[in-house]
Ligand binder design. Structure first.
Ligand SMILES: Cc1c2[nH]c(c1CCC(=O)O)Cc1[nH]c(c(CCC(=O)O)c1C)Cc1[nH]c(c(CCC(=O)O)c1C)Cc1[nH]c(c(C)c1CCC(=O)O)C2
Length: 344
């Protein structure tokens, strides 16, 4: 069988129509997701139930025929596997026990111990690799160490990642020890996802944009480089997508410096700029503003066409610039897909 379209794009092939999938494609905007989540009880129970997690992963594939499915899980399961407490407050978001002192750090488990908690996730991957259509690529993922550290240090999401920056200023060795534990844990976690059947893995560094200068290189770029090098040593040829969200100018050269096969772009950079400055090095993914999934109409169509056209001279995977939101209209998703597949 010819390679799946996403794998071809990741190898650097320019396709007549870009393959497409969507961040958070299994999510609350879909009535079938809300029904399965209710059946599971709550979000974390859904993540740790392999049958139901596989079911929600498959829902957007059945409804839309996306070219890729992304494993249904969360970036905060790794801290939980390292021993942090994790819970979700409805309407607010995640809460974790915090790591701000050496004593907090000392109770965390070693990276090699994460599999006990995470084994249901590997089971979900196994189910999916059996049940997905032959043409659909299975993407595994993890949070990048910096982004996961920001949640572990603050115990919640923060607008400016202030607590993590404060820890860097006050106790850099402790911050770096936490980042190191997360780097090793991420390698373990993604390695097992690949062994279970993930064909591509993606590193989500949602808060990379709050790092600047040398801190960006040390805490966003360098951990990504190490994780990618180790994964490729263990699993030769495994493609990796890196998403240093809101990296701006730092998107330039990021793939070369880290060994990533593809850089995912948020919608704060224009597709014309990114084609000239980032896609020259290889595959890019992105970058339609997710607000169009709420507002739809002519603006959605025009913007989608512009992105397809801007990236048409090189390898491109169509996606949003960030996750789809719960208030999105499922019909707008169909309109985006139809527009991409109709060509620019
Ligand atoms: C920062 C972050 C998290 N999780 C994730 C990130 C990085 C990407 C990003 O910036 O969006 C990544 C993530 N979260 C989820 C996935 C599954 C795969 C996918 O569909 O893309 C992925 C890849 C499911 C989820 N993760 C979460 C949901 C919603 C939970 C629900 O059903 O109530 C889903 C579908 C919950 C979650 N999980 C997290 C937050 C802040 C929240 C609450 C915010 C919200 O409610 O949207 C942490």
């Amino acid at each position: 069988m010819a390679d799946k379209t996403i794998l071809r794009a990741l190898k650097g092939e320019t396709l007549p129509t870009p393959p497409i999938w969507m961040m958070r494609q299994a999510g609350r905007y879909l009535p079938e997701y809300r029904a399965t989540r209710a059946q599971a009880g709550d979000f974390l129970s859904l993540c740790y139930n392999p049958e139901l997690a596989a079911e929600v992963t498959l829902q957007p594939i059945r409804r839309y025929g996306f070219d890729a499915a992304i494993l249904f899980a969360d970036i905060l399961l790794l801290p939980q596997a390292l021993g942090a407490d994790l819970w979700f407050v409805t309407g607010e978001g995640p809460r974790l026990s915090t790591v701000t002192t050496q004593a907090d750090f000392d109770v965390l488990k070693p990276a090699s111990d994460v599999h006990e908690v995470l084994s249901p996730i590997y089971e979900t991957v196994k189910i999916l690799s059996r049940e997905l259509p032959a043409e659909t690529t299975l993407i595994g993922f993890a949070g990048a160490p910096w982004t996961v550290a920001t949640y572990m240090i603050a115990g919640r999401g923060t607008p400016d990642q202030g607590p993590a920056h404060a820890l860097i200023a006050e106790n850099r060795p402790l911050f770096e020890a936490l980042l190191e534990r997360l780097t090793l844990g991420t390698i373990e976690y993604l390695s097992k996802q690949i062994e279970a059947g993930a064909e591509v893995v993606k590193l989500f560094d949602s808060w990379a944009g709050s790092l600047s200068g040398e801190d960006f290189d040390r805490y966003a770029l360098e951990p990504a480089r190490r994780i990618i090098a180790e994964l490729k040593a263990r699993h030769p040829g495994i493609p990796v997508i890196a998403f240093p969200r809101e990296a701006g100018e730092k998107y330039v050269g990021f793939a070369k410096a880290t060994g990533a096969d593809c850089v995912a772009l948020d919608n704060s950079v224009s597709p014309e700029w990114a084609a000239a400055n980032v896609q020259i090095d290889g595959c890019v993914q992105g970058n339609l503003a997710s607000k169009h999934m709420v507002t739809g109409g002519d603006a959605l169509v025009a913007e989608t066409r512009e992105i397809v056209k801007a990236f048409s001279k090189g390898p491109h995977i169509f996606n949003l610039g960030h996750g789809i939101t719960p208030d999105a209209d499922p019909e707008n998703v169909q309109l985006m897909i139809d527009t991409v597949r109709a060509g620019a």
